[in-house]
Design a protein around this ligand. Sequence first.
Ligand code: GAR
Length: 210
Amino acid sequence: MVVLISGNGGNLQAMIDAIRAGRLPARIAAVISNRTDAYGLQRAADAGIHAETLSHTTFDSREAFDRALQQRVDSFQPDLVVLAGFMRIFTADFVRHYAGRMLNIHPSLLPLYKGVHTHRRVLEDGANEHGVSVHFVTPELDGGSVIMQAKVPVLPSDTEETLAQRVHVQEHIIYPRVVKWFVEGRLKLENDQVMLDDNALTRPVQHLSE
Ligand code: GAR
């Protein structure tokens, strides 16, 4: 697989750790960041994984960046593209090219809180529940078919940081699990429908915290 990042790379690290521990039968062929300062690049280097930066700032248009990114990704011939905190909106062409073979993790209980600053918005709304979703990527931003979710409580004492931290713990558990289903051939997207073990998923699988 190819993992696309923009920052810290905590989810990338979760994949690296799962592969190392024998929990994820996959290989990361490359990590690509759109930012030179992404800490995830260091994580990749530390794990001996090829890492490179393709800075969106050097392109005139979103289309031109996406075309170049597609070329880089395809040069590794991945079976799966994993978005792990990649903070760019793709063109429909890019998304279509990877239809059914690109996953994203989003820090909310989709379809709630699409877009950015999800933890802040959850706190502002006084919600008592929050969480994270892993979904197939479709052209609508954060609108793809959700595969798995994990819920976390929102506590009265929470700040954006403490809430984000609670969500991150769940992210690092569920994302490698969903990727494992995909690489084992158990998870597919057929006609916009998520199939798990040949059954149509009518609602996201809920991860229950241990
Ligand atoms: C994660 O919380 C991920 O869910 C979120 O960015 C963070 C990246 O953290 N993704 C999005 O907001 C996508 N719209 P990481 O770099 O430590 O994996």
